[in-house]
Write a protein that binds this ligand. Structure first.
Ligand SMILES: [Ca+2]
Ligand SMILES: [Ca+2]
Length: 101
């Protein structure tokens, strides 16, 4: 966390599932607070940490994916004003439509 003087103070960590290889920060539930989305490659899921509004995050909620999500981007691919998660897997591309938060 940046303390405003361009120096970083203590790290806070949140446990993920196995081998998180890609992380993105977006406001995925529309509450004006940035959330964390992580691709847990070896666990075959995506983890979401919702921002509590005070700089802290909820425990990870996981959503199953195809095998080995390596990389993720977040955008609204179906134009319903809800962001979606697009993942590059070993041999495929997958989309998680965020209707579940
Ligand atoms: Ca949010
Ligand atoms: Ca969408």
């Amino acid at each position: 966390m940046n303390d405003g003087n361009d120096t970083f103070i203590k790290q806070t960590t949140y446990p993920t599932d196995a081998t998180p290889r890609s992380v993105r920060v977006e406001n995925i539930n529309g509450d004006d607070e940035l959330d964390i989305v992580v691709a847990n490659t070896e666990s075959n899921n995506v983890g979401i940490f919702l921002n509590k509004g005070d700089g802290n995050f909820t425990d990870q909620r996981t959503y199953s994916t195809n095998s080995n999500p390596f990389s993720i981007i977040i955008t609204d691919v179906n134009d319903n004003n809800k962001l979606d998660i697009i993942m590059a897997h070993r041999n495929s591309v997958g989309i998680l439509y965020i209707d579940f938060i």
